[in-house]
Ligand binder design. Structure first.
Ligand SMILES: [Zn+2]
Length: 579
């Protein structure tokens, strides 16, 4: 096989550190397994644009103009022509909940529910097709969509779910509605004491409403057990969903250790169509370190990245931690979901085990505290390439913005949240605090590394929608056509970089992923239009035409475009080709 020889040669070149020096097309002896024509944004600052890319095996072998690359085409070469569209490095999603996304794709969908009636109807329809006793978990409801924004109550759904325990999450995952059957199984009732780091919402009479926030969800969640078959099916659904949206790699954060097996099984069966980096709950850092000692960190398909913790809750659930009270609920400044001492000990332990530490912080105070803990642990343990990450970094005091670059902390952010939360964030935190909210521009200007993601299933997984959000900051309600907090907009190329190289750096893979250059892994996407040449508001209509991972075409739009669509509209999926 001639391309096996090419592959071997490339591997040798890569080992010798020479592959990245090759900038022209391969020599006349070279052939390509795959050639992609189009306007190629390489992400490589030395050579940002090309007219075509050639792939041998799982690796980019050459970039050049279309004539140069055409010389590598042989009868057996697969050719994809993208016309005027854009070709970019594959999108990497720096923060999502992948199997939860897979579960949710097959669960009740409450995201479109515009009020109590629709909420109940959707739950009733789904429950009527379940076996008695089967758990109903999922939902992704958003009470900010409902008139008067009341929180749901278990009485809404008890009569339509008499035979099934139910736990329905708000789309941010920071609160959920349990029905009475689920509360009974968890032995929760009016005499249940408050749970540190969480909120049990009660009626004035003291009875539980069924809404549980953050740590208070634990007693119910502990009862939900998934089988390996359910996990494998969820992973398969999630991979198909991701491939159709151009996601070639992702960081699955807060992944339970029990889900590692699903990734390993798919890795062995060669059914992965995206590369996974896994971040397990930080409180289990010892087990994670033991696992790494036993089986190693993995490879570019399944990589044990490290551990993930939580400092606070979310803005939508009024549990993000601030220095000052909420405008619309002065009784609270948010919730510190993990005591500072525990967090310091866990981060310190995980860091000494050389695990990468990534921690959720949304409110200003959560971010300020976390940056200080990162700082003190790094000082105590000495210089190391540790790449701490703040997940969300949503609301920052101005003084904390430069600390990201100073401390070498990555800002792992999800731009779609900005155009979603932007509808109502000011009501929660007032006109001053919103000025440094989702501060993409300020963080970049102060030298921080931005890594973008979706937080799927909290938000749609579509990277194109994330780019649209970061570049336009137009809120979903259409009320900010010139952008919400417009001074924090960034350019298309900056957003592309945050979705590619930013995330490669975020998982220590920047020497082989995140840009299109000879010797880099051939993960790339074909987009139907050039995002850098259209008005920013049109990015929302862009679509993925094909997704390539490790040189293999894992998704191709058939029978017309796959459109992005708002989260309320189902989009036409075509499953990827069988491997
Ligand atoms: Zn998340």
């Amino acid at each position: 096989m001639p391309h096996a020889a090419v592959l071997r040669r490339l591997a040798l070149l890569a080992l010798a550190g020479l592959a990245s020096c090759r900038s022209g097309p391969a020599s006349s002896a070279g052939t390509a397994d795959l050639v992609v024509y189009g306007r190629v944004w390489t992400g490589d600052s030395a050579k940002p644009w090309a007219g075509a890319v050639a792939v041998s095996g799982d690796t980019v072998s050459a970039l050049g103009d279309s004539a140069e690359i055409a010389a590598l085409v042989r009868p057996e070469t697969r050719v994809l022509a993208n016309g005027d569209g854009l070709v970019t490095p594959g999108f990497m999603d720096g923060h999502l909940h992948f199997l939860d996304g897979g579960y949710q794709l097959a669960s009740v969908d409450l995201r479109p529910a515009n009020g109590k009636t629709e909420f109940i109807e959707r739950v009733a329809a789904f429950a009527s097709e379940r076996e008695p006793g089967e758990w109903i978990v999922g939902g992704d409801w958003d009470h900010e969509r409902w008139p008067g924004t009341p929180l749901p109550h278990r009485s809404w759904i008890d009569s339509v779910t008499p035979n099934n325990p139910v736990l329905l999450y708000r789309l941010d995952g920071h609160m959920a509605l349990a029905n009475s059957a689920a509360l009974r199984l968890a032995k929760m009732g009016r005499t249940t004491r408050d749970i540190p780091g969480g909120v049990i919402v009660r009626d004035p009479s003291g009875e539980l409403t069924g809404v549980l926030k953050d740590e208070a969800m634990n007693p119910v969640e502990a009862l939900i057990v998934r089988t390996d078959a359910q996990r494998d099916a969820a992973l398969k659904r999630a991979l198909e969903h991701a491939a159709a949206r151009g996601v070639t790699a992702f960081a699955h954060v807060s992944v339970p250790l029990a889900e590692l097996g699903a990734y390993q099984r798919a890795r062995r069966a060669h059914t992965l169509t995206a590369r996974a980096a896994l971040y397990f709950p930080i409180e289990h850092w010892r087990e994670v370190a033991d696992t790494v000692a036993k089986i190693g960190r993995g490879d570019d398909w399944v990589w044990i990245g490290g551990v993930k913790g939580y400092m606070d809750g979310s803005l939508g659930s009024t549990t993000a931690l601030f220095y000052h009270p909420y405008e619309d609920d002065p009784s609270t400044s948010g919730v510190l979901t993990t005591p500072e001492d525990s967090m310091r000990a866990w981060i310190g332990g995980a860091d000494s085990a050389e695990l990468q530490v990534v921690v959720h912080a949304i409110g200003e105070r959560a971010n300020g505290l976390l940056l200080s803990i990162f700082d003190s642990v790094a000082r105590a343990h000495g210089v190391r390439d540790r790449r701490f990450r703040v997940e969300h970094a949503q609301h920052l005091r101005r003084v904390d913005i430069p600390r990201f670059a100073q401390l070498g902390v990555i800002a792992s952010m999800q731009p779609y949240h900005a155009i979603d939360d932007g509808r109502w964030a000011e009501k929660r935190i007032g006109p001053e605090r919103i000025k440094t909210t989702y501060a993409f521009r300020s963080l970049l200007d102060r030298g921080a590394v931005l890594a973008f993601g979706s937080d799927w299933t909290v938000a749609p997984i579509e990277p194109l929608l994330g780019i649209y959000a970061a570049v336009t900051r137009r809120t979903l309600d259409g009320k900010n056509p010139d952008g919400w907090v417009p001074q924090e907009k960034i350019s298309v190329e900056e957003a592309l970089r945050a979705y590619t190289m930013g995330n490669a750096y975020g998982v220590f893979a920047e020497d082989r992923r995140g840009k299109l250059a000879p010797g880099y892994l051939a993960d790339l996407v074909l987009i139907d239009r050039d995002l850098t040449r259209i008005p920013p508001e049109e990015i929302e209509q862009a679509a993925i035409k094909a997704t390539v991972v490790g040189g293999r075409v894992v998704y191709e739009a058939k029978g017309g475009r796959v459109t992005l669509g708002r989260p309320t509209q189902p989009s036409a999926d075509t499953p990827p080709q069988a491997p």
